[in-house]
Design a binder for this molecule. Sequence first.
Ligand code: 5GP
Ligand code: ZN
Length: 116
Amino acid sequence: MENCLFCKIAAGDIPSRKVYEDDELFAFHDINPARPVHILVIPKRHITSLASSTEADLPVLGRMLAVANRLATEQGSPDGFRLIINTGAIGHQEVQHLHAHIVGGPEPVGPMLKRV
Ligand code: 5GP
Ligand code: ZN
């Protein structure tokens, strides 16, 4: 999709620190990591968000989970990790191309949400 940051990253038109690529998926280090391990996994094909995904996207969504699990172990979070898919305005999704954050590292990441 034109003018989509993550489409451009997946195409190699904008540089990133790639950690994985196959026919359907691309994974790269987050530019502003929240933890020692902070990797984004995206489908190469533009899907705006989890909310706009359809049944046809189920295979690629499943592969995102499997690849995320493998990358977390390989990239320095061997004893678990957190997978986050911010979705839409309520979910504070800033980039409008579906992405899963793999967050982890050697230390526990702490509670999921701060209570308000
Ligand atoms: P969201 O809030 O949409 O779930 O997260 C978007 C993520 O993309 C943020 O964690 C942000 O740091 C990351 N990000 C934004 N622009 C870039 C970029 O140009 N390169 C990389 N590697 N990460 C980016
Ligand atoms: Zn896109």
